[in-house]
Design a protein around this ligand. Structure first.
Ligand code: FAD
Length: 455
């Protein structure tokens, strides 16, 4: 039996809470998880934001370390590249990686959440649902909870509180009261709608299974990720306001249908539930949150979206949050339960990287909704892959550093910027791979890029 002082209270049983809880329980810490929603294994509820997510190397590494990777294989679909859909229905495939070993995985948020919660309970973690954290006493560390069914209010006292309660974190809200607490939240001017494309009558996917489908249209886009049941989970990203194409403007069935007829005719044919989905689902918001410190003495720590919510366009929010667990656990194994030292070391090692991926995710929004339809951009991507083949471990595309390696995000951002300038110099005045000045490429790579550690 562990001493009382090692009790850990985790707020939020979304994606990160149960993953961290498993590893803490494996190390012998008694962990209690409190979640404001009902138990999604028993009550049919919306799994939360977005239907399915792209899981890649950082997330996989953390899941593997917790011993969960093997059991998740049957809920994943590999996506080997982006499939771009033009207005006239032409398809262009752009691989994500340099070869078949580099791909990302589509996973249903609900399925993953359920697997994580099952594994947490198996590891001895108690999850209490319908319990909303309504406050947190910064001095004593006591957490205030309110039962969402009965309204009953009660408190939990533990040695340590970890806020894994997402982008609107209640634990972080309390921390706003701290002197010199830095906080910024930046909402995107875009909202999103979750939509679905059902399976074909034979149960198969109606588009290529192993791809992330994108309908890039400049100021808006539709994306679709495959689910294991043959359906696609789609997300339509639109400006909130302004013009004829915005959440505000598309306010009737007729307008939505005619918008889809003009912009996404190939998808519309396969979306019998479009109107029901569009008007039945709420409009999602996307926010970047930066704050510091992430901790209050040794009493409380923010982790995942609670500490650093990012917009979804690099497919990294969950992967980054899972990577938080990797770093946290490495430090826990080094410092033991010296919480003040551990929390402050954790923030120190993570903050620059989470700031970097927040900025990269915003940049990638423009790439996804606009640049991927531009032949110049596709040409640069080809040259990038060629450079990677010629200079393995030295020229590694930014996307690969972020998605297929565990290169610290801040390093990926810095090297990515150097490589972008290099690509500009090599590609701007030529149209074909054969016309690239490969001698100049060689000189630039040797001069500007050192070997990338860990690749
Ligand atoms: C449209 C969209 C698409 C995305 N796609 C991707 C992707 O492809 N790949 C990727 O890596 N990431 C993606 N993300 C980001 C990803 O969803 C988040 O980064 C991830 O869910 C963060 O995990 P978390 O555990 O920190 O927070 P969450 O998963 O949000 O979990 C927080 C939990 O805390 C609970 N909670 C909140 N407040 C309280 C309270 N007061 N008391 C008790 N419980 C509370 C919530 O109910 C929730 O269960 C996407 C996000 C969006 C919006």
């Amino acid at each position: 039996m562990k001493p009382e002082r090692d009790n850990i209270t985790l707020i939020g049983s979304g994606l990160t809470g149960p993953l961290l809880a498993i590893s803490l329980a494996q190390r012998g810490f008694p962990v209690q998880l409190y979640e404001r929603r009902p138990d999604m294994r028993r009550v049919r509820i919306s799994a939360g934001r977005s239907i399915n997510l792209a899981l890649s190397t950082r997330g996989i590494h953390a899941l593997r370390e917790a011993g969960l990777w093997g059991e998740l294989a049957n809920i994943l679909i590999p996506m080997r590249g982006r499939m771009m859909h033009s207005v006239t229905g032409e398809l262009t495939f752009m691989p994500y990686g340099k070869d078949e070993t580099e791909f990302i995985n589509s996973v249903s948020r609900a399925e993953l959440n359920i697997s994580l919660m099952n594994a947490a309970e198996k590891a001895g973690v108690r999850i209490r649902f319908n319990e909303r954290c309504s406050g947190f006493d910064l001095r004593s560390g006591v957490v205030h909870l309110r039962n969402e069914d009965t309204g009953a209010e009660w408190v939990v006292d533990s040695k340590v509180v970890i806020g894994a309660d997402g982008a609107t974190s209640a634990v972080r809200t309390e921390m706003l009261k701290l002197p010199r607490f830095n906080f910024s939240q930046q909402y995107l001017d875009y909202g999103y709608k979750e939509l679905t494309i059902p399976a074909a009558t034979d149960g198969r996917h109606v588009f290529e299974t192993h791809a992330l489908h994108i309908w890039p249209r400049g100021t808006f886009m539709l994306i679709a990720l495959p689910n294991i049941d043959g359906t696609f989970g789609c997300i339509l990203f639109l400006p909130f306001e302004g013009g004829d194409i915005s959440c505000e403007a598309l306010d009737s069935e007729a307008k939505v249908l005619s918008f889809f007829e003009v912009q996404f005719p190939d998808a519309l044919r396969l979306m019998p539930n479009l109107i029901e989905n569009y008007f039945g689902n709420p409009t999602g918001v996307m926010v970047t949150v930066k704050c510091s410190p992430w901790h209050v003495d040794g009493k409380a720590l923010l982790l995942g979206d609670a500490a650093h919510a990012i917009v979804p366009f690099f497919g990294q929010g969950m992967n980054c949050a899972f990577e938080d667990c990797t770093y946290f656990l490495e430090l826990l194994d080094r410092y033991g339960s010296d919480w003040p030292v551990l929390f402050s070391a954790f923030e120190k090692v993570r903050k620059a990287d989470t700031d970097a991926i927040a900025d990269l995710a915003i940049e990638n929004f423009v790439e996804m909704r606009d640049s991927v339809a531009d032949p110049r951009f596709l040409f640069r991507k080809k040259v990038e892959l060629e450079l990677e083949k010629k200079y393995p471990g030295r020229f590694v595309p930014k996307y690969a550093m972020v998605t297929f390696h565990r290169t610290p995000y801040s390093v990926a951002a810095q090297r990515g910027a150097v490589q972008d300038r290099m690509l500009g110099e090599l590609c701007d005045s030529v149209q074909r791979l054969e016309d690239i000045d490969w001698r100049k490429a060689e000189a630039l790579v040797q001069q500007k890029l050192t070997p990338l550690p860990g690749v």
